[in-house]
Write a protein that binds this ligand. Sequence first.
Ligand SMILES: Cc1ncc(C[n+]2csc(CCOP(=O)(O)OP(=O)(O)O)c2C)c(N)n1
Length: 507
Amino acid sequence: MDIPFAMNADFVDSQYQRWQSDPKSVPRDWQIFFEGFDLGALGECKAAGICEETQVLRQSRVEQLIHRYRDVGHLLSCLDPLMACPTDHPLLSLPAFDLTEEDLDRTFSVPRAFQAEQMPLRDIVRVLRETYCRSVGVEYMHLQDPTERLWLQERMEPMRNRTALGKEAQTHILNKLQQATLFDQFLHTRYLGQKRFSIEGAEAIVAMLDDLAHHEAEQGCKEIIMGIAHRGRLNVQTNVLEKLYETVFCQFEDHYDPDSLVGSGDVKYHTGYLADLQINQNNKLRILMAANASHLESVDPIVEGIARARQESFGDGGRRAVLPILIHGDAAFAGEGVVAETLNLSQLEGYTTGGTFHIIINNQIGFTTLPQDARSTRYSTDVAKMLMVPIFHVHGEDPEAVIHTARLASDYRREFSKDVVIDVVCYRRYGHSEGDEPYYTQPQMYERIKDRPPASRIYADKLIAEGVITEDELKKIESGITQCLEAAYRSAQEEACAPPFMTFFES
Ligand SMILES: Cc1ncc(C[n+]2csc(CCOP(=O)(O)OP(=O)(O)O)c2C)c(N)n1
């Protein structure tokens, strides 16, 4: 019998499940093995004369349950800020495994990643729910390489898919969320009626990109090549790439002449930006936001091409030195053929960039179209499953979970040189470009969005409740940001606009 990676429990377990549903679905030698296994278990029972089912049988059921949570625990995860969290799923209930409430107090052997030899079933279910059914839903059991699955399990299960962050990191996250919210609110009030493709509803993306830039730089990344469509573009330019607020405001002013740069008034959503960031005392990071055409996702292969060229210029280690990040809309990721084409190139020697970091700003709408009218798949990310790479779905109002997931995905990409996908489930506070009224087409959805506080407020309330910050400290953060915005606004009106950007590498 050919057992790859000798005694791999996941593999044996999956064969056993296939055999149980249809004995002929596994090779003959496995059929004999499992027949003997079940017979032995029953024989032991009869010999003892005290039970119908032995511990061996129950153990195998518990292993099925563990396997199922790892596989489809995401069905029970809490991802959508606009909906109540699911509490149960028939595929994950005890009866689905012929287990009962009494079994909860029985003890079973557990996998290595649980960091214990044995546990009561009650605790096993708790560990699984904490890991797979909170703010992070993970799809990774489609990965065919058991080494990768084990790597992920050992990173997720001991920590229950969370990173413990200290006060400094939490306050920094709050700051980034506040910057994201206040910047777009400011544009909303000062440049009423102008398109801005607000990030509001998806502010966690800013906190995530900021943290990812730090994490990558600390791990040796020198350059990020980023592709991003219209949504949140200006917010990412200012609050992640440190483009000056006044430079952006200038582009909204009447005295700004976009024709001097070629193009029309929409030019600010298409131009790129090059930033050199001093991440900390030791690390610098260069981020190029590529110019973006209106044609959704057409930037993907361009980013890959730039990233590959930059990697070559670094020589050995180039794949780690340069990270391509693609930020997609949910409708575009599922709908545009170039997404599949780009994914398909990702592992080819002539095209690979050592793994692309994909982020979906999943605001659950494409212009006016809801997911059920836009795609045949459960998730907008399902096309990426063909690469056998992990896909993380994460609640967009839980910035700590978003950041934990980004760090994990970054480490996976570095370890295995493959793409990773993070689907940030959020919403869009206004219409597609603020000018249109979403109530006309999605009244129920927008009724739920109407009273939703910004993610920054929700996170601030959590930190205040936990005693991490005070209401006064929150006010200080807010007024500091507002002062910056006001000062930038004044200078954008008074002074001639500064040259807005560098767009390409000079070295
Ligand atoms: C190839 C292409 N098809 C259609 C459009 C028109 N269009 C612009 S934005 C948009 C909706 C995109 O939705 P999504 O990807 O979810 O991003 P969101 O605007 O919600 O952030 C559409 C259909 C386009 N720009 N390019």
